[in-house]
Design a binder for this molecule. Structure first.
Ligand code: ARG
Length: 479
C-alpha cells in the first residue's frame, strides 16, 4: 500500500486514538477493494435514511436535502466512472460519506445520525441479495425456456436412459430435458423463498441496540422496497442467514448445472456422439488440429467446487460468533459476490449453449439397440401372461445371457428360441420389444411415454408463462 499521492481518507473513528493505523493493518482490514460493488445500494439506503432524518425532524430538512443532492451526484459520478473509489478507503460506506462531506461540507457530517455501519452494511447486502436473486431467477427462467424449446425441437428423439451409467431403459430425449426443467424450477423456488427472508430492513437497529431518535423505520423500509422491518436490533445486525441461504441455493444450482455439464461432456464425446455443441461454445487444441472440446460444459462442472467452498467458508465464519456484529462478518462479501458471479456466469453460458445444441437422434436411437434396453419389457410381457415377475426376470436374464454369447439382441432371437424359454411367448412379442413401443409403454404419470411427455411439455410451457420472473433490476449486480 503506497502512501504517496493525495492525502489518505480520514478514519471515521480517529477521535480517541493517538496513533495512525499501521499501514499493514489498514490494508488488512479494508474491504473497499471488494465492497465497492455495494455503492448503488449504499447510496440509495443513505438517501432513504437522510430523507427520514429530515422528515422526522432529527436533522434540519435543508441538510437532508443537500445530503440527498450530494448523494445523487456521487451515485451518478460513480456509475459513469467520473468518480473512482479510493482504494485506500476503509470500506464503501466510509468512502461515500467522506466524499459527501467533501462535496457538500458540514451537512454531510449529519448523515450518520441514528445509524451505524452495522445496520448500514446489512441493508446494503440485503438489497444486493434481492437484486442478485431477481437476476438469477431470470437466468434460470431462460434456462427452463431453453430446455423446453430443446425438448420440443427433438420430441421424436429416443435415447438410452441410464442407471449406474449403464444403459437401462429407453427414454425420450425430451423427457431428459424436462428433468432439468424440474431442477431449475426448484432452484427458482428456493431463491424466491430466500428472497422473502432477505426482504427485511435492518436500518434503525443502530450499532446493536436501536437508536435514541424518533426514527421512522417503516418509512425507510417502504422507500427501499422492503416488505418488513427487522424485529430485533441485535438480530438485525448479527444475521447473515440470507447470505448463507442464497449461497446454499446457489450451491444446489451448481450441483444441477454440473450434472448437466457432465452429461454434455459425455454426450459430445466420440464414444457417445449424442450431441454436437455449437462451434461458438467449443474450443480447439493448440496441438491436435482435429480436436473440438466442450470446455464450457467442463468449466461449469469445475466451477461448482468454488461455490461449495464459499458455502463452507460462510458457515465456518458465522459458527460460534457471539452477538452482535463482529468484524469476521466482513468476510461474507467476497464469498457472496463470487458465488453469485459464478452461478450467473455458468447460467449465462449454459443457456445459449443449450439453445444451439444439435442432437443426433440417429446416434441416440442406435445406442438403444445395444444393451438390452427392452429386457424389462420382455419380463413385463411374461408377467401379463401370468408368469410371476421374479420368475420372468430370471427367464429374461437367461435370454440375455444367450444373446451375449451369440452377439444378438433380444429381438434377434427366433420365436422358437423364445418359446423354449417360456411357452406363453407368441409372435406378438416382437412388437413389444420394439424400442418406441417400450417408451410408450411407460405411460404412468410423469413417465417417458410420448403422451406423457407431450403433456408434461405443455404443462412446462404453461408454468413458464404463468411464472414470469420479476423485471430484472439484478442484471447489473451480476456484473
Ligand atoms: N466493512 C464492514 C463490513 O463489511 C462494515 C461494517 C463495519 N462495522 C464496524 N463496526 N466496523 O462488515
Amino acid at each position: 500500500m503506497t502512501t504517496s499521492g493525495p492525502p489518505a481518507p480520514e478514519d471515521l473513528w480517529g477521535g480517541r486514538f493517538h496513533k495512525e493505523l499501521d499501514p499493514q493493518a489498514r490494508d488488512f482490514h479494508s474491504s473497499v477493494r471488494f465492497d465497492w460493488r455495494l455503492f448503488p445500494y449504499d447510496i440509495r439506503g443513505s438517501m432513504a435514511h437522510a430523507r427520514m432524518l429530515g422528515r422526522c425532524g432529527i436533522i434540519p430538512q435543508e441538510d437532508a436535502d443537500r445530503i440527498c443532492e450530494g448523494l445523487e451526484s456521487i451515485l451518478s459520478d460513480l456509475s459513469t466512472g467520473r468518480l473512482a473509489v479510493d482504494p485506500r478507503a476503509e470500506d464503501i460506506h466510509s468512502f461515500v460519506e467522506a466524499e459527501l462531506t467533501r462535496r457538500i461540507g458540514d451537512a454531510g457530517k449529519r448523515l450518520h445520525t441514528a445509524r451505524s455501519r452495522n445496520d448500514q452494511v446489512a441493508v446494503d447486502t440485503r438489497m444486493y441479495v434481492r437484486d442478485a436473486i431477481d437476476g438469477l431467477a431470470g437466468r434460470l427462467h431462460d434456462g427452463q425456456q431453453a430446455l423446453v424449446d430443446l425438448a420440443g425441437r427433438y420430441l421424436d428423439v429416443i435415447m438410452p436412459g441410464y442407471t449406474h451409467l449403464q444403459r437401462a431403459q429407453p427414454v425420450l430425449f425430451a423427457h431428459h430435458c424436462l428433468a432439468y426443467f424440474e431442477m431449475f424450477f426448484r432452484d427458482r423456488e428456493r431463491l424466491a423463498d430466500c428472497r422473502r427472508r432477505a426482504d427485511v430492513c435492518p436500518l434503525g437497529a443502530g450499532a446493536l441496540a436501536g437508536v435514541p431518535y424518533p426514527v421512522d423505520r417503516e418509512g425507510v423500509a417502504r422507500e427501499l422496497g422492503f416488505a418488513a422491518v427487522a424485529a430485533n436490533s441485535l438480530d438485525a445486525v448479527s444475521d447473515r442467514d440470507y447470505v448463507i441461504e442464497l449461497v446454499s441455493a446457489l450451491a444446489l444450482i451448481m450441483v444441477h448445472l454440473s450434472r448437466l455439464g457432465e452429461e454434455l461432456v459425455l454426450w459430445a464425446s466420440q464414444e457417445f456422439g449424442f450431441v454436437e455443441v455449437d462451434d461458438a461454445f467449443a474450443t480447439g487444441s493448440s496441438i491436435m488440429p482435429q480436436k473440438k472440446n466442450p470446455d464450457m460444459a467442463e468449466l461449469v462442472r469445475g466451477k461448482a467446487g468454488r461455490v461449495f467452498g464459499h458455502l463452507q467458508a460462510l458457515l465456518a465464519m458465522m459458527k460460534g460468533l457471539p452477538l452482535a456484529y463482529n468484524k469476521d462478518m466482513q468476510e461474507d462479501k467476497e464469498a457472496l459476490f463470487d458465488a453469485v458471479d459464478t452461478a450467473a456466469a455458468c447460467l449465462g453460458v449454459m443457456v445459449p449453449m443449450l439453445r444451439s445444441l444439435r442432437v443426433r437422434g440417429d446416434r441416440t436411437l442406435a445406442a438403444t439397440r445395444q444393451g438390452f434396453l427392452n429386457a424389462t419389457d420382455l419380463a413385463d410381457y411374461l408377467v401379463q401372461r401370468g408368469v410371476p415377475f421374479r420368475e420372468a426376470h430370471r427367464l429374461v436374464g437367461q435370454a440375455v445371457a444367450r444373446c451375449l454369447e451369440t452377439g444378438r439382441a433380444l429381438e434377434d432371437l427366433s420365436l422358437e428360441e423364445l418359446r423354449a424359454l417360456s411357452p406363453v411367448i407368441e409372435e406378438d412379442v416382437y412388437a413389444v420389444l420394439d424400442i418406441r413401443r417400450c417408451v410408450d409403454a411407460r405411460n404412468s404419470r410423469g413417465g417417458t411415454a410420448r403422451a406423457q411427455v407431450e403433456q408434461a411439455l405443455a404443462e412446462a410451457r404453461r408454468r413458464l408463462a404463468g411464472r414470469k420472473p420479476p423485471q430484472q433490476p439484478g442484471e447489473p449486480a451480476l456484473g
